[in-house]
Design a protein around this ligand. Structure first.
Ligand SMILES: Cc1cc2nc3c(=O)[nH]c(=O)nc-3n(C[C@H](O)[C@H](O)[C@H](O)COP(=O)(O)O)c2cc1C
Length: 217
């Protein structure tokens, strides 16, 4: 698969089969992703890859919290600015509307929407997940490094026929993830990435992109 195809075919997939992802494949992808660039070559990412019993435990404990109506742990970073201005607000709303429409969930069906959100904490059925942490003292430039690393990883997954979904939603139940992975105290969970084979019965969602580039000559 060439790079254009990998970029074009990567999507946030939200329905996976339970087909296991071979350990060797994950190791190959992670070794290759380690070549991602970072300012000063800091490589500020710290990753935990969970499959099998460890991932099942995270999902189970989180599902219990979700079922109990637990609003989650104190947030360690803002997922979005508190007031999202135009055009970003509209883009966010449009992406959500498109997703719910594809799932056949009407705007007024709060319960179905909550269930769709809760699927985050089952990794959308994926049999593997990566949890990506960054040291607390790092600044915004290093958070960018994390993004570059994660996109590199997601494109390599495409080259292996795998799909993924990056999920900041995991920061909501970060303490449950920490109970299982035991990260050092100075690390902040940025996101999880669900990894697996796409369930072909999932409704296809192709999100829009805005015009964001100006050429000058
Ligand atoms: C850093 C980051 C965090 C995200 N967090 C979530 C999440 O918690 N749950 C989710 O369903 N999608 C999440 N997404 C997926 C985005 O909604 C998705 O990438 C965006 O709508 C564009 O769609 P596409 O990836 O299918 O092209 C996240 C994406 C990124 C890059």
């Amino acid at each position: 698969m060439n790079v254009y195809d990998a970029v074009a075919s990567r999507r946030a997939v939200r329905r996976f089969t339970d087909a296991p992802v071979p350990r060797e494949t994950l190791e190959r992808v992670l070794t290759a992703a380690s070549r991602a660039p970072s300012g000063g070559n800091l490589q500020p990412w710290h990753c935990y890859v969970l499959t099998g019993a460890s991932l099942a435990e995270v999902k189970k404990r989180t599902a219990e919290r979700v079922a109990a109506g637990d609003p989650g742990d104190p947030r360690e970073f803002e997922m979005y600015p508190p007031t999202l201005k135009s055009p970003y607000r509209e883009r966010r709303v449009a992406a959500a509307e498109q997703r719910y429409a594809a799932l056949g969930i009407p705007r007024a069906d709060e319960r179905a929407r909550r269930q769709a959100v809760a699927a985050n904490w089952d990794c959308f059925g994926a049999p593997a997940a990566l949890f990506c942490y960054i040291p607390r003292e790092m600044g915004s430039a290093q958070w960018v490094d994390i993004g570059i690393y994660l996109q590199t990883l997601m494109l390599l997954l495409r080259a292996e026929g795998l799909h993924s979904c990056p999920q900041m939603a995991w920061s909501v139940y970060r303490r449950t993830v920490a109970e299982v992975v035991s990260p050092p105290d100075d690390l902040v969970l940025f996101c999880g990435v669900s990894i697996g084979f796409e369930d072909a019965t999932a409704p296809p969602v192709r999100t829009a992109r805005a015009e964001t580039v100006v050429f000058l000559e």
